[in-house]
Design a protein around this ligand. Sequence first.
Ligand code: ADP
Ligand code: MG
Length: 350
Amino acid sequence: MRFHFFSVLCPLLLLLSGCAGCSAPAEETPPAQRQLFAMDTLMSLTVYGPQGEAAVQAAQQELSRLDGLLSRTDPDSQISQLNARAGDGTWVPLEPETAGALEFAQQTAQLLPGDFDCTIAPVMDAWGFTKQECRMPAPAQLERSLSLVDSAALLVDPSIPAARLERADMAVDLGAVAKGFAAGRAVKAVLDAGASSALLDLGRNVTVLGDGPGGPLWRVAVIDPQDAGRYLGVVAMRDQTASTSGGYERYFEQDGIRYHHIIDPKTGYPADSGLLSVTVISSDPQLADALSTALFVAGKDSALDFWRGREDFELILCSAGGTVTVTEGLEDYFQFQGDAYGYTCETARR
Ligand code: ADP
Ligand code: MG
């Protein structure tokens, strides 16, 4: 059995930042940089300008603090406290940020019922993803864990703030939204520190702020889900997040079959919608993160239908058949490079 933990092994291959072929003038202050491991991911923060050092430090502190609140595996986190008290009938008091992330996860579940559910934790455990002891669960175990997935039984009261899980053995896993939520908070920390140009790479969740080092736009690569060393293309972005979800990120193989970490809440099995990856580009980092996971489960047709009903994000979908579908808002911003690897590109219109 092989277990792949892509974000640890090669996080920076995901990204070409700044303007390719350009570099900052020699007399400018070099950017302040930090790497940290949080939310199961190696994160890399770069802030330009005279306030860079203060800003990068503030962002790092905020990310570590949120990791401490939202982690599923840290027994002291607020999510662990909430999970430990599932079914005991009491409201668990929370920091406003924890309640905010839970509320946002609940809203996403309502937007895309059947595709997204942050009470998926028992199923993640059954597959062994939580402790990185992956294996195919026995059918009875899978059935029982799936019966515990029910966002309607997660109650959040932001006015206290507090939350409760109505049934024993239920549990929350914010893995699909925590990085996006944290990215939004890290952007605020950078701006509050007086900086305005930054690249926050939270591992497949890349936020760019203000000017890039070589011009007003940043160039962010979209990885080829079939070969992490290659790119499907490059998106030119500003004040936006690119979040990618795909079955290639974390998976294990058993008897020649690959099982990945994004679960279809309807079946309890890894989502099998025909998509290899979904990249969401949005000016809202938490929306980008949540939707990349949910729309990966939903599949191409449903993802495009959902996109047609909204104005606040664009998509790059990579299908198993080798088609890369780019929504029309990215037409002038996405430079396709996948033809070199046998992919074809199409534009989706409203
Ligand atoms: P990553 O965090 O690896 O970058 P995602 O943002 O797509 O990738 O989130 C995947 C994580 O989301 C899983 O590790 C798990 O914690 C959680 N998850 C898996 N399936 C679902 C689902 N259908 N709805 C909500 N959360 C999910
Ligand atoms: Mg996500």
